[in-house]
Design a protein around this ligand. Structure first.
Ligand code: DAH
Length: 339
């Protein structure tokens, strides 16, 4: 009997297999109902009493060895790759990776911020969901001003709206810092407009603000001339027309000489030779006061332009909707070098 245990132990020890079927056959022939080890357990009653203890002990060791063998063989099967031969053809040329391009609005926004950063303006940002104070009240908008109307503004509740212009960021900058301030604030703005080639419910603006002692209208005009020459070319001229904004006094509208027809007259400039590109003016003393800046000590100018408008003149894109349709045929045409 002890001899049987020894022999079976030897067989278990030497068993090798590469297939799961063989391992299963091994399990059945040793541990199955009529398996060799199972049969030895059945013979236990025939073992003389004096040997029972030792026999039981050795039999249990044998059974554990057989079970361990099965587990080890099975797990080595799982580790092995299904087939040692690879189906990959390493000589096939790789798929080309398509490189995306910058959105035209991003290209123009970066160009504008670069031009101003070269003359000491930093970049500031504010939230697109804005409160009444920063979007209207601090900017001197009268209570009954039409821009406050539901028809122009997307209100979230009585006090909160989607900002209608980036002028709200000037208020935030002035509230949080003291002059000298030189900042530009690019960002997205929202207006409750029906979408068409010429209007959209969202677009982008860049706001500019300069506050210091003795800042004059002439400083503003010179800065804007520098900007337009850098943006549209050295030959570009500007003209300022009187206008009205609640937050600036005096206010003006800035026109550039038509970049498309060289001021000869075309349908973009409506045969006037001039294109309107932004609003500007000297910051109203009320606005300075609202932002805790002393108007007796400081003065400054502000300006605001639409990025889509500048992009339209640079790229001659005449439908605003194209900018937000994500049509790759459109977007692919713009590169940082394309103007
Ligand atoms: N916020 C004005 C708008 O959305 C643009 C503007 C005009 C900004 C004059 C200014 C400014 O800072 O001085 O139409």
């Amino acid at each position: 009997m002890f001899e049987d245990i020894k022999n079976i132990n030897h067989e278990v020890h030497n068993f090798k297999s590469k297939s799961s079927q063989e391992i299963e056959d091994f399990r059945i022939s040793y541990l199955g109902k009529k398996g060799k080890i199972t049969l030895l357990f059945n013979k236990f009653k025939e073992v003389p009493v004096s040997d029972k203890k030792e026999f039981g002990k050795q039999l249990n060791i044998l059974k554990t060895a057989a079970l361990d063998k099965i587990t080890t063989l099975k797990s080595s099967l799982n580790d092995r790759p299904k087939s040692s031969k690879s189906n990959l053809d390493y000589t096939i040329p790789g798929q080309p990776t398509e490189i995306g391009s910058r959105h035209p609005i991003t290209i123009i926004r970066d160009r504008i911020t670069n031009i101003f950063s070269q003359i000491g303006f930093n970049v500031s940002e504010g939230p697109e969901i804005e409160d009444d104070w920063h979007n209207f009240t601090a900017l001197n908008f009268p209570e009954e001003h039409p821009a406050r109307d539901m028809q122009d503004t997307f209100f979230i509740n009585k006090d909160i709206a989607l900002r209608t212009h980036t002028s709200s960021v000037q208020v935030r900058v002035m509230e949080n810092s003291q002059p000298p301030i030189r900042t530009i604030s690019p960002g997205r703005v929202y207006r409750n407009e029906a979408i068409s080639a010429r209007a959209h419910c969202f677009f982008h603006q860049v706001e500019g603000l300069y506050i210091d002692k003795d800042v004059s209208f002439a400083d503003m005009k010179q800065t804007l001339l520098y900007f337009t020459k850098a943006m549209f070319g050295n030959e570009t001229k500007i003209r300022l027309r009187p206008s009205y904004f609640p937050f600036t006094e005096p206010s003006a509208e800035v026109d550039v000489s038509c970049t498309i027809c060289n001021s000869k007259g075309c349908n973009v400039c409506k045969y006037s030779g001039w294109l309107e590109i932004m609003g500007c003016g000297m910051v109203d003393p009320n606005v300075l006061e609202n932002c805790k800046i002393d108007p007796d000590i400081y003065s400054g100018y502000a300006f605001g332009m639409g990025i889509e408008r500048i992009a339209q003149l640079i790229y001659e894109v005449n439908d605003l909707r194209l900018y937000s349709e994500n049509d790759l045929r459109f977007l692919k045409q713009f590169t940082t070098e394309s103007y």
